[in-house]
Design a protein around this ligand. Structure first.
Ligand SMILES: N#Cc1c(-c2ccc3ccn(Cc4ccncc4)c3c2)n[nH]c1N
Length: 243
């Protein structure tokens, strides 16, 4: 997978070169290119924004600059690519989104700032046959798209083959079965007079699986009842429903 990010703050994306993602890039499991949007300005001030038509607070990012940038970074043509535009007005970005995008050959992220990007940039991209997803990472307002891109790139990249040391981690983490994952423990057996649950030390794998499922169901019911409501009818068996 190749990931391109266009932004006026390239340094915001430096964390993509660190740790797990940095190692995945070094190992050739994915490519990441970050582009400074000001490269496509032609004025001495390198202006990327202007006042909104119709008035209102803040500024809007100019279509000319974004148009030239995306023409170069995401040229029209047969290559399958997806343009992702983070916005507080977007569809929710979820684990399901991350899983779907993990199958893409190319992802291009457009990081807006100010009040966002002129709508015609997205219309033009769609008119050029490019899949455009406007997505939000949560119901709160950020100052720009860069932090959202860090979140989404990490969520997608960890699903790529070979990125995580143990592929079971991605298969068994929260949301993989529609539930939140339960509590985890490691050594020592007792810490500050708090003991690891006996079942986890007992070696009975069926009992451990049942205990973990029960804790996941309890936690999901307590913190995210909406996820339980969204489960398919046959997702919970009699033992689950008894929790
Ligand atoms: N994903 C995502 C987001 C953003 C987000 C994303 C991109 C941009 C570009 C500019 N802004 C600032 C802004 C724009 C419009 N209205 C208010 C503020 C952004 C916010 N905020 N909250 C989220 N969950």
């Amino acid at each position: 997978m190749r990931i391109d990010v266009v932004t006026i703050f390239p340094a915001y994306l430096d964390p993509l070169r660190e740790a797990l993602l940095g190692r995945a890039v070094e190992r050739g499991l994915l490519e990441i290119a970050v582009h400074d949007l000001r490269r496509w300005t032609h004025d001495v001030h390198q202006a990327v924004d202007d006042a909104p038509y119709g008035g209102g607070p803040g500024m809007v990012m100019r279509p000319q600059v974004w148009g030239e940038a995306l023409d170069e970074v995401l040229p029209a043509g047969p290559q399958p690519a997806r343009l992702v535009v983070p916005t507080p007005a977007g569809r929710p970005f979820t684990q399901t989104t991350a899983r779907a995008w993990a199958d893409e050959q190319r992802l291009v992220f457009a990081c807006g700032r100010y009040e966002g990007i002129d709508e015609r940039v997205l219309l033009d991209a769609r008119a050029r046959g490019i899949e455009v997803d406007e997505v939000s990472i949560g119901d709160y307002v950020l100052v720009g798209g860069e932090v959202a891109v860090l979140v989404m790139v990490e969520a997608v990249a960890r699903l790529l083959p070979g990125v995580l040391g143990n592929p079971r981690s991605a298969a068994e983490d929260s949301f993989s079965d529609g539930l939140l994952e339960g509590p985890s423990y490691t050594r020592p057996e007792t810490w500050r007079e708090l003991a690891v649950p006996d079942v986890l030390r007992g070696g009975n794998h069926a009992a451990i699986a049942r205990w973990r499922r029960d804790r996941a169901l309890e936690r999901t019911r307590d913190r995210r009842p909406d996820l339980l409501d969204a489960l398919p009818p046959d997702a919970l068996d009699a033992a689950d429903r008894a929790v």
